[in-house]
Design a protein. Structure first.
Length: 537
């Protein structure tokens, strides 16, 4: 019958290719820990306010360990593979991350990063991850230690190379390693995005990203959004605030980490960190500071890779008519926390803020809602503010709103000013990038990368796309449930595979090893069952 493979989304999931390290199934001696020089860790913390400040949460410590360094534990297996293992510890860190240069993985080799207790695993990374810049980074491992394991087959022996250039030492805005939590840093008044306040706003939610921004020796949290353009070609543009990315070099930008779907599945705070996905690297396209001043405070980058469809990415629509809105909301990552939503029910007003463009900002005061009284915090910078129809009309620059100042004002750089009011050059405005067809439209609708789940589900428990299918089948699930039992069988009733699906994300199933024919998918929840067929070509 053949074998089908499930492309699983682990809690710590970058664009990666599954599997597990050699050491997970083979007992190996723990390598001696290597530590970066702690004297490089400056004791003073960066600013913790959102008035034109990104939230610094970590520092980068130099390591500079190449694959040829004797510090690696090297093991040769009976099948001719060479296993390289390195354990890094940065004492006192809440989390640690590995940042690479000269990064090249030959075909057939694999790289993993994991915690000493094997509870957190990132990878595998392989030849498909090789960046043109040679610069690579992954999301962090909670706690003060991580292990790097590189597995190189005999037929490519000596071809792989990389340098563990720096270690991220996170010192705040990170949760507890005890419950594997990387969230929970925001204040108590914040409202999770899947509370009632977020009803009907799934598309806007799916566009908002947490940004781990590298600027020199510091790491920062900000918020950004995928944004659509008039050609609707899904160019992976992300918009955030200029003050988040200003002074980040092209080298730094190649090691920014973008978090997708970092949110609670429902209104309650989860007990463990929610499933999410990440991507690494971008390049600067345009910014208001290219004029030499704050301007309207926008920063547009393009991701180094296209976004995988199973990340469920939505590219925001926008409105540049400059009329503001009487009611609306923002979706953001305060303190680098899981995604939150804050609501305004009074009209936006024109404002000048912190030396920026005259009347170039929306002034907003947040309102109490059904669940609580959401505001913004450090880490929310760059988040989108939406009008009543869900169009992006600005990005967060700063303000005084907080859980201890619920009615204080915040300020969002106006999208209409971002468009073409910061300067005449292409790298000073959004217009040439978001309207490449030169249509002159004031409003642009958003679009999903793949399918609009709300349309394809239409009351169904799940939908399988495409059908017929030749290689990869994607299952989309009704978001009113968070746990499903899934089975796939042939027409005789023989089960080919079955698994439990937890969380809201789509599931990709690779079918290359399955024979041609008709198959049956059965999906069950506690109260509902749906059965569908698909044709394997």
């Amino acid at each position: 019958m053949g074998i089908i493979a499930l492309s699983t989304n682990s809690i710590y999931a970058q664009i990666s290719y599954g599997g597990e390290p050699y050491s997970f199934s083979n007992k190996l001696e723990m390598p001696q820990a290597i530590s970066p020089n702690p004297s490089e860790l400056m004791l003073n913390k960066g600013d913790n306010n959102k008035n034109c400040n990104a939230l610094e949460f970590g520092r980068f410590l130099n390591l500079n360990i190449s694959l040829n360094n004797d510090l690696w534990q090297k093991i040769s297996t009976a099948k001719g593979k060479t296993i390289y293992r390195l354990r890094v510890q940065s004492k006192g860190a809440l989390a640690v991350g590995a940042y690479f240069s000269d990064f090249f993985i030959p075909k057939g080799a694999e790289l993993f990063i994991f915690s000493p207790d094997h509870q957190q695993l990132i990878g595998s990374f392989n030849s498909l991850n090789n960046p043109a810049s040679g610069l690579f980074a992954t999301e962090y491992i909670l706690g003060d230690q991580l292990l790097i394991e590189y597995i190189e087959p005999a037929n490519v022996k000596g071809q792989g190379h990389f340098i563990v250039k720096e270690i991220l030492h996170a010192y705040r805005a990170i949760g507890s390693v005890i419950n594997k939590s990387g969230f929970g840093s925001s204040d108590v008044c914040e409202v999770n995005v899947n509370c009632p306040e977020g009803s009907g706003k799934n598309k806007q939610r799916d566009a908002v990203l947490r940004l781990n921004i590298k600027i020199g020796s510091s790491a920062y949290w900000c918020t950004g959004s995928l944004i659509n353009n008039t050609s609707e070609d899904r160019t992976p543009y992300v918009i955030t605030a200029d003050h988040c990315g200003k002074n980040s070099s092209s080298v730094d930008q190649n090691q920014w980490v973008f978090y997708f779907n970092y949110q609670s599945d429902d209104c309650d705070d989860p007990n463990i960190e929610p499933e999410h996905q990440t991507m690494t690297g971008c390049s600067l396209i345009a910014a208001s500071s290219n004029t030499g001043s704050l301007g309207s405070d926008f920063y547009l980058v393009m991701l180094n890779q296209t976004v995988p469809e199973d990340y469920r990415p939505y590219f925001l629509g926008w409105n540049r008519d400059g009329l503001g809105s009487d009611v609306g909301y923002t979706i953001h990552h305060p303190q680098g926390d899981i995604k939150k939503i804050s609501t305004y029910t009074n009209p936006l007003s024109d404002a000048t803020y912190n030396g920026g463009i005259y009347n170039g900002f929306w002034e907003v005061a947040w309102s109490e809602t059904e669940t609580n009284h959401g505001v913004t915090e450090p880490g929310s910078s760059g988040s989108p503010i939406f009008d009543e129809q869900g169009y992006l009309i600005g990005t967060l620059t700063g303000g005084a709103a907080s859980c201890s100042a619920l009615t204080a004002n915040d300020y969002y750089g106006k999208f209409i000013m971002h468009w073409d009011q910061n300067g005449s050059e292409d790298n000073q405005k959004l217009a040439p990038w978001l309207d490449p067809l030169n249509t002159g439209v004031d409003k642009m609708s958003g679009i999903y990368l793949g399918v609009d789940e709300e349309k394809i589900l239409s009351g169904k428990l799940f939908q399988a796309i495409p059908n017929p299918v030749s290689s990869s089948l994607i299952l989309y699930f009704d978001r009113n449930n968070t746990e499903y039992l899934v089975s796939i069988s042939d027409l005789s009733g023989k089960i080919i595979t079955e698994f439990k699906q937890e969380g809201l994300g789509p599931k990709t199933i690779q079918l290359e090893g399955l024979q041609k024919g008709i198959y049956i998918i059965k999906v069950m929840t506690e109260s509902k069952t749906q059965i569908s067929k698909f044709l394997k070509l």
